[in-house]
Write a protein that binds this ligand. Structure first.
Ligand code: GAP
Length: 446
């Protein structure tokens, strides 16, 4: 049974604390499009930074790229998206709702008299399935005709394939090497939902690794291992992570083999990242459609070939949702419910709260100075309103690992209290030692 109450609580916390808002809310919202508020944008940025650090900064064999969203329309013919990026769609003639034909809530066969609409319950009202392309179309230039059609990219990968020789030559890389990119993608999903899990506008973090044919399986296995390690390094509960191997019928048209990293959400085990062995499908199609040679000349082996590609493709929004779900907990403390987002410090939007115990006796001045010092190195939040317990609770809900309180003793002996979010334990720390103390805890202990 799906724990829908957890999702409801999370959606409401996300709005209340400024993680995620519905897009265009004052106009009634736009279906399955979401905006990230002050805390959400920091959380998602931390996810993307962690990915970029692991994929680009920490490796000599991967280069970064930021390709445009709009691409030549032939790209999408070559990639197979114009012909095949479709879902079967059925309409209910009675209540006008639309569903994917394979929606498990539909009883019977759509188009047949026995089929029952999962929303209004009418029998025989569902149409025959028709194929619906998920790409958003628009027009380039002032004329809205078929010659001017361009698409909002449904994946970032194609921008990498069409630039692979540019990157290879300009960066003086040799195969095996990879290209990494983070960027927006758009899909006109028929059944989006589950908050930011499946949306119509989202961000992907994709890396395409170009290898010599024959070495692809070996690289595929390595990338599977590295990508799972990365998800674990975000502090996710390892028991809620698993692999799902695609069976023959599940494999995308481009894939020779595919595994998904799945997370156990309240609505079931679901994909957060796909690792695909794409063979030479993409480069051979772009070579064919563009008429440009995309082969690599391997000097060491005096051999020309089209590289095979191992792809790692994660959703920044899905990983953000995973972190929120994984971090959410409620505890009873002194007869009250404490809501905590127990983020790993590396992704926490705010690392430290800074508080004067009371608004007098020089405490606000000292706390303000401390806040300005700390924020040069860590993301901090200053709060002097309300009882200290309330301020701690607000930081718990924001997932802030530490709270630093300036109190009466601070003026006397130059020490502050550091309160730990998870244990609520409080340590007395000398002001001179505060930054190394926080750095140590933020990097190592959590
Ligand atoms: N280039 C391969 C590709 O795009 P995919 O499995 O369709 O593969 C990869 O997508 C990842 O992108 C998924 O694992 C997911 O994290 C994210 N993603 C895909 N569709 C999404 C959607 N509608 N909303 C949010 N994230 C999505």
């Amino acid at each position: 049974m799906a724990d829908t109450s957890l999702m409801d609580k999370l959606v409401s916390l996300c709005k209340r604390r400024g993680f995620v808002f519905q897009s265009s809310e004052i106009y009634g919202g736009l279906g399955s499009v979401w905006d990230y508020g002050p805390l959400g944008v920091e959380l998602k940025r931390n996810v993307k930074d962690r990915w970029w650090d692991a994929m680009v900064h920490a490796r000599d064999d991967i280069e970064g790229l930021d390709a445009a969203i709009l691409m030549h329309p032939k790209v999408w013919e070559a990639s197979g998206h114009v012909a095949g990026f479709t879902d079967p769609l059925v309409d209910c003639r009675q209540c006008k709702n639309r569903f994917r034909a394979d929606d498990p809530r539909i009883k019977g066969t759509p188009g047949q008299p026995d089929a029952q609409c999962p929303v209004c319950g009418t029998r025989g009202s569902l149409t025959e399935p028709r194929m619906f392309n998920l790409m958003f179309k628009t027009f380039m230039g002032p004329v809205e005709d078929s010659a001017a059609v361009v698409y909002l990219r449904p994946e970032t990968a194609q921008g990498i394939y069409v630039n692979y020789l540019n990157v290879l030559q300009s960066s003086r890389q040799r195969i095996p090497f990879g290209i990494a990119q983070i960027g927006k993608a758009f899909r006109n999903e028929i059944t989006p939902g589950n908050f930011i899990f499946r949306t119509r506008e989202f961000e992907q973090m994709e890396m395409q690794f170009f290898v010599q044919p024959g070495t692809d399986s070996e690289w595929f296995d390595k990338w599977r291992e590295w990508r799972m390690e990365w998800h674990r390094s975000l502090g996710l509960n390892p028991a809620r992570l698993q692999w799902h191997q695609h069976s023959g019928s599940e494999l995308a048209h481009y894939a020779r083999a595919a595994f998904d990293v799945q997370y156990q959400f309240p609505f079931g085990w679901q994909e957060i990242e796909g690792i695909h062995n794409r063979g030479d499908f993409d480069l051979s199609r772009h070579q064919e459609y563009s008429g440009k040679k995309l082969e690599y000349f391997d000097q060491a082996q005096n051999q020309r070939y089209l590289p095979y590609i191992v792809e790692t493709s994660a959703g920044a929004d899905r990983v953000t949702l995973t972190l929120l779900v994984d971090a959410y907990r409620e505890e009873e403390v002194e007869g009250e419910t404490r809501v905590v987002l127990g983020f790993h410090p590396s992704v926490a939007p705010i690392k430290t709260g800074v508080f004067p115990l009371v608004k007098k006796d020089g405490m606000p001045e000292l706390a303000t100075t401390l806040y300005h010092d700390l924020r040069k190195q860590l993301s901090c939040f200053y709060d002097d309103s309300g009882a200290i317990g309330r301020r701690y609770r607000r930081m718990d809900e924001a997932g802030t690992p530490f709270g630093v309180t300036v109190d009466g003793e601070t003026t006397m002996n130059q020490t502050v209290t550091v309160r730990h979010r998870d244990t609520m334990q409080q340590d007395r720390v000398a002001l001179g030692q505060l930054m190394p103390y926080l750095r140590d805890k933020l990097n190592v202990d959590y």
